[in-house]
Design a protein around this ligand. Structure first.
Ligand SMILES: [Fe+2]
Ligand SMILES: [Fe+2]
Length: 319
């Protein structure tokens, strides 16, 4: 298993959405470098337009009508309550541009971030009474995968198993998202930057990119919604995905193993039941009757599958 990156070194130059250079290839991410990124980012325009004034608003409505989500968003009032929140997300020019790149270049990720946003909003409304906090959760879900926009499209949409160098792009996308959002928000401790950084980390430290133990319930809700959509969506390397039951089984197993927040997974389960039971009354069957694709070990979900090449192999000095 790779245990990468303290310290993290840029493998390529990193540019902002407007073409401005943020970091050069070879630069190491240190507190001083982060401070410089924040200072550069602080002077960027923070002018905002509400999401409800953007085309994005209709696109979010459309994903809630997909077949896979017809139980979660069954009632019109469920959809309306989500739209009431997401419509108020403040959109800076930077956020709009990054999402436009997804929409044009990588429709899978565009759709995926919209679903994750709608789902996070729906779940978070049950967890939290503070409308500002729900709004913040929705906004951070919308930007959680910004790092993916810097992955070459042929890697992102590959239908074969990636080689080690290609897989590093996947492994590093939380770092890249973190750096982009540190720059755009002018703060490395902003929830935008932190959610992008930690959305693939797990409670027990088995996630990536750092293998940090992240047990923040706020981030875990985004993580679980992100995983759920990834599991039930067709991908170029796995055209037949988990069915809903299979994905929920998988997430329950992860929670039972101490990797995901149990309450957040149970909350997702309640929303996938037509009867909408309360969290307290929810009874989970553990018969694993859902469908899981064979050979789920793939280049997104299974970084244990990628061993760091032996240094001798890299240098050609091995036997
Ligand atoms: Fe991601
Ligand atoms: Fe994601």
């Amino acid at each position: 298993m790779i245990n990468p990156y303290p310290p993290f070194v840029m493998r390529e130059d990193l540019y902002a959405c407007d073409g401005g250079l943020i970091l050069r290839q070879g630069e190491m991410i240190t507190p001083t470098i982060l401070q410089e990124i924040m200072e550069k980012g602080a002077s960027r325009s923070k002018d905002e337009t509400l999401l409800k004034n953007k085309e994005l608003f209709e696109d979010i409505m459309a994903v809630m009508n997909e077949e896979n989500y017809k139980v979660v968003f069954e009632m019109d009032e469920d959809k309306d309550s989500v739209m009431d929140v997401v419509g108020e997300i403040p959109m800076t020019e930077d956020i709009c541009r990054e999402l436009e790149v997804f929409k044009v270049m990588d429709h899978y990720t565009y759709r995926h971030v919209l679903v994750t946003t709608a789902l996070t909003t729906r779940l978070y409304k049950d967890l939290c009474q503070d409308p500002q906090e729900v709004l913040l959760a929705a906004a951070t879900a919308l930007t959680h995968d910004f790092g993916k926009s810097r992955i070459p499209i042929e890697v992102l949409q590959s239908s074969r198993k990636l080689n080690y160098e290609e897989f590093l792009y996947i492994l590093e996308h939380p770092w890249i998202g973190f750096l982009l959002l540190t720059y755009y928000t002018g703060r490395s401790d902003s929830l935008f930057a932190q959610v992008a950084f930690n959305h693939h980390e797990k409670i027990d430290g088995s996630g990536y990119p750092r293998g940090a133990k992240v047990d923040d319930p706020f981030i875990q809700v985004v993580t679980i919604c992100d995983m759920f959509d990834a599991l039930i969506s067709p991908r170029t390397y796995r055209m037949i995905p988990f069915n809903i039951r299979g994905a929920l089984d998988y997430l329950c197993d992860e929670a039972e193993s101490g990797r995901l927040n149990v309450s957040a997974v149970r909350l997702l389960l309640t929303h996938n039941r037509r009867s909408k039971p309360s969290l307290e009354s929810l009874v989970c069957s553990r018969d694993h009757s859902g469908y899981a694709p064979p050979e789920e070990k793939n280049h997104y979900s299974c970084h244990e599958d990628y061993q760091e090449p032996d240094l001798d192999d890299k240098l050609g000095t091995g036997k």
